[in-house]
Design a protein around this ligand. Structure first.
Ligand code: SF4
Ligand code: SF3
Length: 550
């Protein structure tokens, strides 16, 4: 038993069905099983929290934070450190007991009444009953919706964590962690109830992205167009990966005047658009490409890497001593930078290491790409865009966004972008953009044809842009000449997809493959209700999206 596991939460799941011996992502059965048990504990905590919320009680923010951090810890490519999981598990029992004492006396599900042992061996044994497939009798569609809600919540927790670190949160979302988790263990809920909870998860995803946008744009001001060098510069350096802008800001402050160049990596690229971040002269450029190439790109580099969120892959020995993690990210044996009591971080160790490593020896020729087209910047061109559409200069908008990944089928997104007629505008977000963001798409009606909206959480920005355009054309988002082509990999993309569905957005193309956790009936429901289309070939999908618009 100890060497078996079951996980099907991400797109690269083994055989398109489930990882059972070890994770394709590098997750061991030990980590996978500890994660199952941690989720089980969160469900138990939520069973006690729910009646308290119904009585009008506000759940302590430290408990909310714990649930949020724990959910985020179990998101794909975040934490691979067994000890970090054991610590969270021990804390989960303490919290469960507090809420158990406060909650009204009643019958509670097994996840609530279960008491965790403090020993890892017993935790691992007990984790069997926390497995996704443990209850063989469970209706396949209910299991599917429970998983969908849980993965949506994981995505939400990542955004919630990022916002909270800046001092922003939504009480509604905070409460929903408990209500959503409780729903995933509540045998009395019907399929209809579960569908309602799934849509509610989407609404909460919109809400958390909105709060995060508020945090990012109030702290770092609205992104504006900015050219970013994607080649390297001579000198010591630190590469910052992940999504967390506040980590980047703290590091920029602490490296000022020290002769260290800071590069963004992966999902940190949009940081260059924010005025309060791009003002730092030593934020010199963007390094590498999307997450799945990190082992090759970081191999033996003469500098350091800071991972602020996902996606972390198994570090090769050639850079294991120079990659650092922070927040909920972790890998057994990799240096972790903790948060101080006052919420700040001390980056001196990574700074010293970067200086010691000496950095790149030569400058490469500058090559620039354009970022910074969040809702504010893009909509500052709304008048021109609307006129260009009316004059027939722009025929169609394509939002090609989402996660990147390792599978060869992902060339679809490159081919698709390349194939678009010259009078089409491409909006993009999240790390899937690396499939085409270094290509030159030129301009249309005086505007760049490729507009980089930002990170995956900036799906909120995309929604703002689409809604504003719909208003300008006096129509609704579904009637715009707009096609959404989503690539998914991990659970933030699940949260993003649910967000779009909860807003009633129809006809989304989804790929590169469909989630293994969608049962045939649940998938059919999504197809029937929202017209979700699995991607086929770029030629076919382009033809049908342009045809539909005419
Ligand atoms: Fe497999 Fe993805 Fe789960 Fe990793 S996160 S174990 S790759 S399904
Ligand atoms: Fe990428 Fe991991 Fe999803 Fe924010 S960094 S999108 S995959």
């Amino acid at each position: 038993m100890e060497n078996s596991m079951f996980c099907y939460q991400c797109e690269q799941t083994f055989g398109g069905k489930g990882c059972t011996k070890s994770g394709v992502c590098g997750k061991t059965p030990e980590i996978a099983n500890l994660q199952d048990l941690l989720i089980y504990q969160l469900k138990g905590i939520s069973c006690y929290a729910k009646p308290l919320i119904e009585q009008g009680k506000i759940i302590d923010k430290d408990i909310v934070k714990f649930v949020e951090n724990s959910l985020f810890t179990t998101l794909t490519n975040v934490n691979f450190d067994a000890e970090a999981h054991v610590k969270l598990l021990v804390e989960s029992q303490r919290i469960k007991e507090i809420l158990r004492d406060e909650a009204p006396k009643a019958e509670y599900p097994a996840a609530a009444t279960y008491d965790l042992s403090g020993e890892k061996e017993i935790m691992l044994k007990d984790s069997v009953k926390a497995g996704i497939m443990y209850d063989e009798e469970l209706d396949a569609d209910i299991r599917s919706l429970r998983s969908t809600i849980l993965y949506g919540l994981k995505g939400i927790s990542a955004y919630g964590h990022q916002a909270r670190f800046m001092g922003y949160n939504s009480d509604q979302v905070d409460q929903f962690y408990f209500l959503g988790l409780e729903a995933t263990t509540n045998d009395n809920l019907s399929l209809q109830d579960m569908i309602r909870f799934t849509m509610r998860t989407g609404e909460m995803s919109v809400e958390v992205m909105k709060i995060l946008d508020e945090g990012n744009t109030s702290k770092y001001k609205n992104p504006s167009a900015h050219k970013v060098n994607v080649n390297i510069k001579k000198g010591p350096f630190i590469i910052v990966s992940g999504h967390d802008l506040r980590d980047l800001e703290m590091l920029l402050k602490q490296t000022e005047g020290k002769g260290i160049n800071i590069y963004t990596h992966g999902e940190m690229l949009p940081a260059h658009g924010y005025p309060e971040l791009k003002k730092y002269k030593h934020l010199v450029g963007n390094f590498g490409s999307a997450w799945q190439n990190q082992q090759k790109e970081f191999d033996g580099i003469p500098g350091c890497i800071l991972m602020t969120t996902n996606c972390l892959m198994r570090p090769r020995e050639t850079y294991k001593d120079r990659i650092f993690t922070t927040s909920v990210v972790g890998w057994d044996g990799v240096k972790h930078i903790d948060t101080n009591e006052n919420g700040t971080k001390d980056f001196s160790e990574i700074i010293d290491k970067a200086l010691k490593l000496g950095g790149f020896k030569e400058n490469e020729e500058t090559k620039e790409i354009l970022v910074g087209f969040g809702h504010n910047e893009t909509l500052s061109h709304a008048g021109e865009i609307v006129n260009a559409v009316k004059e027939g200069k722009i025929s169609h908008f394509f939002l090609i966004g989402g996660c990147d990944g390792a599978r060869p089928g992902r060339n679809y997104y490159t081919d698709f972008a390349k194939m678009l007629p010259k009078d089409c505008v491409i909006l993009t977000l999240a790390c899937g953009k690396y499939r085409f963001n270094k290509l030159d798409f030129g301009t249309v009606a005086g505007l760049p044809r490729l507009l980089d909206i930002g990170q995956c959480n900036d799906a909120y920005s995309a929604v703002r842009i689409a809604t504003a355009l719909a208003d300008a054309f006096d129509t609704d988002v579904n009637s715009l000449p707009l096609t959404i082509v989503l690539s998914w990999y991990e659970q933030k993309a699940v949260a993003d997809l649910l967000a779009l569905l909860s807003l009633g957005i129809k006809g989304i193309y989804l790929g590169p493959s469909l989630p293994a956790f969608l049962s045939p009936n649940v998938l059919q429901y999504l197809v029937d209700t929202f017209g979700i289309k699995p991607i086929s070939t770029p030629e076919e999908d382009l033809k049908s999206s342009l045809k539909q618009a005419n």
